[in-house]
Design a protein around this ligand. Structure first.
Ligand code: DX5
Ligand code: ZN
Length: 219
């Protein structure tokens, strides 16, 4: 069993055929379904809330990996947990009380994740790394699928890997944005263990087959 989690992002899926698209990546062995929640304030785009996640929950037993790109995430984490989120990740930049929120998410029985935008240094995690079950390094500016990977993200992944190895080895290091067959090996070599991919999976004619091929690249 590999220690790399493949996390297709439904942001790039066709919601008119969502049951079929989820079944394709499920059957191909995707580990997480990555669900991008956007509020039009933290990021300049809108997606879905707990109702849709609750409905999607009926379609898959995979780990629901919810990436909240919203302001005041503390107001909504209970609703996302109730809807079926297994991992709840919010942005460091979106709340002044990250440590409190991480602890609260854990108290709900979910895994607590924190995400860093490209401008936020890994050093900001120094005093909260033990409270994190997942660290998400954004390798594009959050808000849209299909953007280009920011090369500096590889160095950030290595820094985060070192911090996690030293202080909280159970914590999952995730990368999100601009990852596909060209660079999946590189991000894993830099320390990422959960790999979010949207357009490089759902932008292809056969998302299931693509998921299998991507996994084969990382063993
Ligand atoms: C972007 C989202 C991503 C998005 C990635 O803000 O957080 O999860 O789906 O899309 P790709 O893989 O196309 O860069
Ligand atoms: Zn995401």
């Amino acid at each position: 069993m590999t220690d790399v989690y493949i996390a297709p992002s439904l942001l790039s899926a066709d919601f008119a055929r969502i049951a079929e698209q989820i079944a394709a990546v499920d059957e191909a062995g995707a580990d997480f379904l990555h669900l991008d929640v956007m509020d039009g304030r933290f990021v300049p785009n809108l997606t879905w809330g707990p109702k849709i996640i609750g409905d999607l929950r009926k379609l898959s037993r995979r780990v629901f990996d919810c990436h909240l790109m919203i302001v005041e995430p503390e107001k909504y984490v209970d609703d996302f947990r109730e809807a079926g989120a297994d991992i709840i990740t919010f942005h460091y930049e979106a709340t002044p009380h990250a440590q409190r929120l991480l602890t609260h998410i854990r108290s709900l029985g979910a895994k607590a994740g924190i995400s860093l935008c490209p401008q936020t240094p890994v050093a900001m995690l120094q005093d909260i790394i033990e409270d994190c079950d997942l660290v998400l390094i954004m390798s594009v500016n959050p808000g849209f699928g299909g953007q280009k990977f920011i090369p500096r993200s590889l160095a950030k992944l290595r820094e985060a890997r070192d911090l996690i190895d030293a202080r909280n080895p159970q914590c999952i290091l995730e990368v999100d944005g601009g990852v596909g067959s060209d660079n999946i090996r590189e991000v894993v070599d830099a320390g990422a263990r959960a790999i979010v991919m949207g357009s490089s999976i759902f932008g292809t004619p056969d998302p299931g087959e693509t998921t299998r091929k991507l996994r084969a690249l990382v063993g």
